[in-house]
Write a protein that binds this ligand. Structure first.
Ligand code: DX5
Ligand code: ZN
Length: 218
């Protein structure tokens, strides 16, 4: 059974603290913080997500799962370090070379945070395979990063299955997370691919009752 990381991308400012509280009561395993810089993706959520992450830190002990969809990865890692997130994920596509990737992984680790790399739907798995032993997790995007409420691209789950096979064959303990289009209709496909964490945004935030929505996914 995958853990559920709730994307708070579409949470409204008004009553946001109450929404975060309700998500904790409903049993979310993580708060998924979607940081977008208006460059790596069109939207800019930098200030809103930073504000939300700070509110959550004040009212909850549920871990933060930070997903950086940004060009300047280092700057954003440094910004989130003081909030002690459980996981920081950055995009492979935002990096210029292996040396930079290794430096970023180390920066995250040195601060007792779990490092993860994300790949977009069109990025092949073999590009990141060599980093697996250094990583806590790989986030396989199941939609194009940029916005919530999109349809899951089924082919991306083939990549998840391939990755799972590689992890088992090589006795690694890397987690797999998927993000985008996870809902009641797609969760069975996601479970079949044996992911460890499934991110869900609109399926939970637009539901009448968070608890039922999370329970149904689990
Ligand atoms: C997409 C984000 C996702 C997304 C999830 O760029 O990384 O976290 O908001 O939202 P849903 O579950 O609505 O696809
Ligand atoms: Zn995300």
């Amino acid at each position: 059974m995958p853990e559920i990381s709730t994307s708070i991308l579409t949470v409204e400012k008004e009553n946001s603290s109450k929404t975060f509280y309700n998500l904790e009561v409903a049993g979310t395993d993580y708060y998924h913080i979607d940081v977008m810089d208006g460059k790596f993706v069109e939207k800019n959520t930098e200030e809103m997500m930073y504000e939300y992450a700070n509110i959550i830190k004040q009212i909850s002990n549920i871990p933060l799962d930070v997903h950086l969809m940004v060009e300047d990865v280092k700057e954003n890692i440094n910004r989130y370090i003081p909030l002690s997130p459980s996981i920081i994920t950055f995009h492979y596509e935002a990096c210029k070379d292996d040396e930079q990737i290794i430096k970023l992984i180390n920066l995250i680790k040195e601060n007792n945070i779990k490092p993860a790399i994300s790949i977009k739907p069109n990025t092949p798995l073999n590009e990141i395979i060599k980093f697996l032993p250094m990583l806590h997790m790989v986030l396989v995007m199941t939609v194009e990063p940029g916005k919530g409420g999109q349809k899951l691209i089924p082919e991306t789950l083939e990549k998840v299955k391939e990755l799972k096979k590689y992890i088992l064959e090589n006795k690694l303990d890397t987690y797999i997370e998927v993000d985008g289009g996870v809902n009641k209709e797609t969760i069975n496909m996601v479970k079949e691919a044996e992911v460890d964490i499934a991110v869900a945004g609109s399926a939970i935030i637009s539901a009448k009752d968070f608890k039922t929505a999370i329970m149904e996914l689990k």
